[in-house]
Ligand binder design. Structure first.
Ligand code: ARG
Length: 581
């Protein structure tokens, strides 16, 4: 049930009938205060201004039309407030009916969208390095976005665009050769991290080494079997290791989702030739460059994007051009979403400009950068270890587990050892993910253990605890969650219960926004508010000891829908729930 959409449609119809042009939007929003009803229509004032009429009179005309059908019994009262706001009070019987529909449906009464093929590019770490804190945001937010779009009925293709090609490999191969490392089978990922550091050091200080490394890149790109062998080994070690991290974090990526940079290698020469033939790319100082008028250098000249270097090597942009072409032509994408940090925005914009100009992807195929800021420490510096080293993701998860255990012990929850371990596990991962998901992704955020591992506030432990508490209502009663049926009456219930019912029915409109914008913090806020509203209800009104069977049954059904919504929502965020805590 998408109440906002339903009201918007009805109001828009009425607005058209009274002569408001259709560029004026109804602007329906949930009301901020209960005295303004459940929803308010804010668009009348702007329409009146455009028409040059009194906004109050215009609102009255719209309301008269709405009243004709009483919004199909959706509303019990419609009021005009101030200069022309329309306040809509939802009808209790209608709400009760919608709650029953949601309870009876396996998909919570949420309608599937018309299915689109959506490629989501996320996580995408570089090979031959361990995943670190910098990968948290793309991995966690991208994964939640994939789950949400999939739930809405889309054909989601998860694309883990790993950095498994390019200069890095030249460096590594040159280093292994120099160290006469011929037993690649003994290499582990932590060796690799060291090799990588050493190789990078040599690359930066030794031009001879750097030249060798560059030659290896070209050799690799040309399919040299020695280079390919070492390359394969390095990639495999990394993939295995990363999969382990994904499993720990409950990330829905698997080996099948790996579509790394190397996959597009064979397409690159053809693309460079084609861009030249189309007059988009030109030779410039030995390299092949696309000059883009849309982007200017400091001196105002068109910015050049190199797609092939003088030594014949292709670049990150060349691969991304091929990658979009593949996603459109082969995967048949209608929409491509990138979860990459904001520092790569210009790179993406340039790639897209080239791709559109070359006609590789028509304009109706959406290309979206769902960018994000950085994770900072409490001094607002990039989040690193005390001695300035990047924090490995696995180390962070280990620390979270230790901290979650301490938190649980301090809470004295009387859990046996096995349960404590299981709860600590779920809370540690849930807290890290929730801390990430609950922040607006567009800004930087400060990583704070005490804030995320806390039973108070907008945190995973708070919501997980609320969830287990609702579950215990059913455990303590003879009511079976599966068999709870019958009528639901909200007419004589207090205002807080009405508010809870409305909030429950706002789940679909919340998810729709998150699916459109890739903003899971809105879903987090929704689930947090749901937990708060339910806790208030639970603490102030008896459920199992309600006045009569009818009231008990009604309240239990609200509890049940709250329970299901919390579980469902957390699952869309990629967070596990605990039945008991
Ligand atoms: N591997 C890149 C990095 O670590 C991210 C790749 C993102 N995806 C893309 N299609 N460029 O920065």
């Amino acid at each position: 049930m998408n109440i906002n959409q339903l009201i918007s449609e009805k109001v828009s119809q009425a607005m058209l009938i009274v002569g408001i042009p259709d560029n004026c939007k109804a602007q329906v929003r949930p009301s901020v205060q209960t005295k303004f009803g459940d929803y308010q229509v804010n668009g009348i004032m702007a329409a009146a201004k455009q028409l040059g009429v009194s906004s109050y009179c215009l609102a009255k005309k719209v309301v008269n039309l709405l009243k004709l059908d009483k919004l199909d019994k959706i509303a019990s009262k419609i009021e005009i407030a101030g200069p022309g706001f329309i306040n809509i009070f939802l009808d209790s019987q209608w709400l009760a009916k919608q709650i029953l529909i949601a309870l009876a449906s396996p998909s919570m009464g949420i309608l599937k969208s018309s299915p689109k093929t959506i490629v989501i590019d996320y996580s995408s770490p570089n090979v031959a390095k361990e995943m670190h804190v910098g990968h948290l945001r793309s991995t966690i937010i991208g994964d939640s976005s994939a789950r949400i779009l999939e739930f809405l009925g889309h054909n989601v293709i998860r694309a883990n665009h790993i950095g498994d090609w390019g200069t890095n490999f030249g460096m590594l191969i040159a280093y292994l050769k120099q160290e006469e490392y011929d037993d690649e089978s003994s290499i582990t990922l932590s060796n690799l991290d060291n090799f990588y550091r050493e190789a990078k050091y040599n690359f930066d200080i030794d031009t001879n080494f750097a030249n060798k490394a560059r030659k290896y890149v070209v050799k690799l790109q040309c399919g040299d079997s020695y280079c390919l062998n070492i390359w394969r080994k390095l990639v495999d070690i990394t993939i295995l290791h990363n999969q382990n991290t994904y499993n720990r974090l409950n990330i829905s990526l698997s080996k099948e989702n790996i579509m790394g940079e190397s996959m597009y290698n064979d397409m690159l020469p053809g693309i460079v030739e084609d861009l030249k033939a189309k007059g988009l790319a030109v030779e410039s100082a030995g390299a092949t460059v696309v000059f883009l008028n849309e982007f200017k250098n400091k001196n105002g000249t068109p910015m050049g994007v190199i797609i092939k270097k003088q030594d014949g090597a292709f670049l990150y942009t060349t691969t991304d051009i091929a990658c979009i072409k593949y996603r459109y032509e082969t995967l048949k994408a209608d929409r491509i979403i990138y979860y990459i940090d904001s520092r790569q925005h210009q790179h993406l914009l340039q790639t897209w400009t080239i791709v559109r100009k070359a006609g590789y992807v028509p304009n109706n195929i959406l290309l979206e950068h769902h960018m994000f800021g950085m994770i900072l420490d409490e001094n607002s510096k990039p989040f690193k270890t005390r001695n300035g080293v990047t924090i490995k993701l696995n180390d962070l998860l280990d620390e979270a587990l230790v901290r979650a255990r301490c938190l649980l012990i301090s809470k004295n929850l009387h859990l046996d050892t096995v349960t404590l371990e299981r709860v600590a596990q779920v809370i540690s991962i849930g807290s890290i993910k929730y801390a990430e998901l609950s922040k607006n992704r567009t800004t930087d955020y400060i990583f704070n253990w005490d804030q995320m591992l806390n039973f108070e506030g907008n945190t995973a432990p708070y919501i997980l605890y609320a969830y287990s508490r609702i579950n215990s209502i059913f455990h303590r009663s003879t009511y079976n969650k599966q068999q709870l049926t019958g009528c639901l009456y909200l007419e004589n219930e207090p205002e807080h219960i009405h508010i809870l019912a409305v909030h429950l029915l706002q789940y679909e409109e919340t998810i729709t926004i998150v699916a459109r914008d890739g903003t899971p913090h809105i879903l987090c806020e929704y689930l947090y508010k749901l937990s708060v509203k339910f806790s208030y209800f639970y603490e102030h009104y008896p459920i199992l000891n309600a006045n009569n069977d009818m009231q008990r049954n009604s309240r239990l059904q609200l509890a049940l829908l709250t329970l299901r919504t919390l579980k469902h929502g957390l699952n869309l965020l990629g967070i596990e729930t605990l039945e008991k805590m």
